[in-house]
Design a protein around this ligand. Sequence first.
Ligand code: PLP
Length: 523
Amino acid sequence: MRPRIRFEDAGLSFWSFPDISLANWNAISRGTMSNETGDANENRIGDMPTEEFRKYGHQLIDWIGDFLDGIDETRVTAAVEPGFLKQALPDAAPEEGEDMDAILADVGRVIMPGMTHWNHPSFHAYFNSSGSGPGILGELLGSAFNINGMLWESCPAATELEEVTLGWLRKLVGLPDDFWGIIYDGASTGNLHAIAAARANIGLDIREQGLSGRSDVPRLRLYTSRHVHSSVDKAALTLGLGRAGVRKIPTDGAFQMRMDLLAQAIEEDRNEGCLPFCVVGTVGTTSTTSIDPNRSIAELCEREGLWFHVDAAHGGSAAIVPEMRFILDGCERADSVLLNPHKWMFVPMDLCAFYTKRPEILRDAFSLIPEYLRTSHDEAVQNYMDYGVALGRRFRALKLWFVLRYFGAEGLIARIRDHIRLGQFFAEWIDNHIDFTRMAPTPLSTVCFCATPTGFVNAESLNMINRKLMEAVNRSGEAYITHTMLGDRLVLRFVVSHLRTTEEHVRDAWELIQKKLVEIRGH
Ligand code: PLP
């Protein structure tokens, strides 16, 4: 039996490789490829044979079909303790390759018990994400192609499909033609890029000189509502603005940014020598889905010369419904707008559609082209790597294309419209029940509510019972809801935006919430 040669056994590392002659590589390679009997083992190099790929591919698609058919019978939340998966798996990768049968069996044994099912129709937590059939197929094909869309030339179809699908989506939500688009992984990245563009727009040569150690740069200020998503703060951390660079403007009773206080804050800051540069408005804030007064913000930004960015990550999709178009009112005047088809347009994670009227500023902020990434087409095409931090770019447009084509505008409108109807239903049930109170307006399909049974009067006791109620609902595995804080009150959020959610699911969840409240109160 020929001994197997391993790097570690031979005391070799990449950096202290004693002999890199071809003969030596051949010897090592032969040793690595040989099996116990000394014969060359073909399976140690190259990919899975396509016959095997077909076999398990069909099995997996059948498994996914069964999973989606039976998802109603599955818990939506995981009933496991921290560490459950780490205990179930070895602490090192297998020395020898394993059979797909064994790997797939472990999906059932190890992965499934720890799954929180985002693709479950009773998932009413956070802002959910539906992996639709066409979206899943688009992802699969995208993995099979496995392209890198950094340059037009590195995959012309990927770049051009991104341009086409973003054009379609822009028209569907009613944004004007002068918005140019790019796909990012998520809205956090989109917000970061918008604020980076806004920062580049002030013209202090920050791209070349940076921010630190400069006495000629005043404190930069970005303005946004108290209800903005935390990713805007993270962008400020990343971009050297610091949290002090973000001024949070209080909201009114409907959780919308107060225009009078926004104008006042900008004036105050100018008087104190700060440099206002950007306002971020939101369409569909994370806690309550409130919609900022974006038309007024746009007017103010035009007057003040500030970049206006709109985060419509969740809410923007609703603008596809003609009678909901108004939610993007004023956004046509923004410098940049983003929405996440992975949140409410049935595209699987992850896909953020980012639009700006000023792509040249974004490009100025990020373009940096080493020689090895230059191509002969550069003058004639658009290379998406120039418009962001990421070089490598997945073929995300493929799944968006599949979804837009499969459902069509009518199909998407009907589904999103139905979610809004169901959200409004739920809001009405809350309003009509003596033990519950709605805590915010419901402009879309997310309902903020509290259990307010008699006997619980102060915020502390109400927060305690609402937390218990949420935990009881989620422990049941029958529905999943999450919470937010509005002032000093812990508020429960019920989101209806999953593709498979029907009126029955919403009714069942409402029954469950009422039942759990009765159980907690003990009568
Ligand atoms: N913006 C808003 C309004 C959100 O609600 C969220 C997430 O829920 C984000 C941004 C961040 O989204 P992503 O997970 O795509 O980064």
